[in-house]
Design a protein around this ligand. Structure first.
Ligand SMILES: O=C(O)CCC(=O)C(=O)O
Ligand SMILES: [Fe+2]
Length: 266
């Protein structure tokens, strides 16, 4: 069992943003309360997979374990709109990606007993750089993409916590088989139900095996600078916003789904 990642709650927005630049992640305790978690869990249970939208819903009897991954759930039920701009999260996202940032994806993800370990990876690396360049105090890599993980369960080693290699967003490369960065090995995110962890796409991380008898519930909200494309499959005009849901969205939620003011290249 690896050590637990230090989960320090920073109170001010300034310190939360600093943590994302310095540590590659920021921890937000108690974002959702028990009632909100119960409702979110029910909504996630009720979702059905649309294979054309790149959703997955495996049959554990055939596949070995449950893997239910439903894309862009803000378009599936109005309940999910609130997770586009959840208080406490959206302020950080707008601070790091800009006032015109947007949501590039929102995935409801349930992983059942038998889910295997992922390999250590970066979700995206905009450019590879020698690590001494990134260590130069004159260089500050922009934060291109972040993911907010809304955890619905109290994490145990058996349930499969996410692991991070702390500081690895400053390695300038993908792990490609490496497991430590500057002597630091991977650490487990042992957070509680209702906590959120926001992390940069470059951080070396992985989901781990579910050896429990319980299903892990995770809502992932992916954010990016406006110039980075939204990932709303199916493509070529086949993704259609639900007009009833759009009617219920606020101005800010509409912007996060892509209702931008004209700018370069528009
Ligand atoms: O399951 C997790 O905790 C992390 C998942 C992940 O990193 C991914 O799918 O890219
Ligand atoms: Fe990942």
């Amino acid at each position: 069992m690896p050590d637990a990642l230090p989960l320090v709650a920073h109170d001010s927005l300034e310190d939360q943003v600093k943590a994302l630049y310095r540590d590659g992640y920021v921890y937000l305790p108690g974002v959702l309360n028990r009632d909100q978690l119960g409702e979110l869990r029910d909504r996630m249970d009720a979702l059905t997979a649309i294979p054309e939208s790149f959703d997955t819903h495996t049959d554990p009897a055939e596949h070995g374990y449950l893997n239910k991954s439903i894309n862009n759930v803000f378009n599936r039920h109005e309940h999910f709109l609130r997770f586009l701009d959840h208080p406490g999260v959206i302020e950080i996202e707008e601070a790091v990606h800009g006032e015109d940032c947007h949501c590039i994806g929102m995935t409801s993800w349930m992983t059942g007993p038998g889910r295997p370990d992922q390999t250590l990876h970066s979700d995206w690396l905009a450019l590879s750089l020698p690590e001494d360049i990134l260590a130069d105090p004159r260089v500050r890599l922009p934060i291109f993409i972040t993911t907010a993980h809304f955890y619905l369960d109290d994490l145990t080693e058996e349930l499969g916590p996410t692991h991070f290699v702390p500081g690895s967003h400053l390695s300038g490369r993908r792990p490609d088989g490496e497991t430590t960065w500057k002597g630091k090995s991977e650490k487990a995110i042992m957070c509680q139900a209702g906590d959120v962890v926001i992390f940069r796409c470059e951080v070396w991380h992985r989901g781990t095996a579910n050896t429990s008898s319980q299903t892990r519930y995770l809502l992932q909200v992916h954010y990016a600078m406006r110039m980075i494309t939204q990932k709303y499959p199916p493509y070529l005009n086949r993704f259609q916003f639900d007009p009833d849901i759009l009617d219920k969205a606020t101005e800010r939620q509409l912007r996060l789904m892509g209702n931008h003011r004209p700018s370069n290249y528009d």
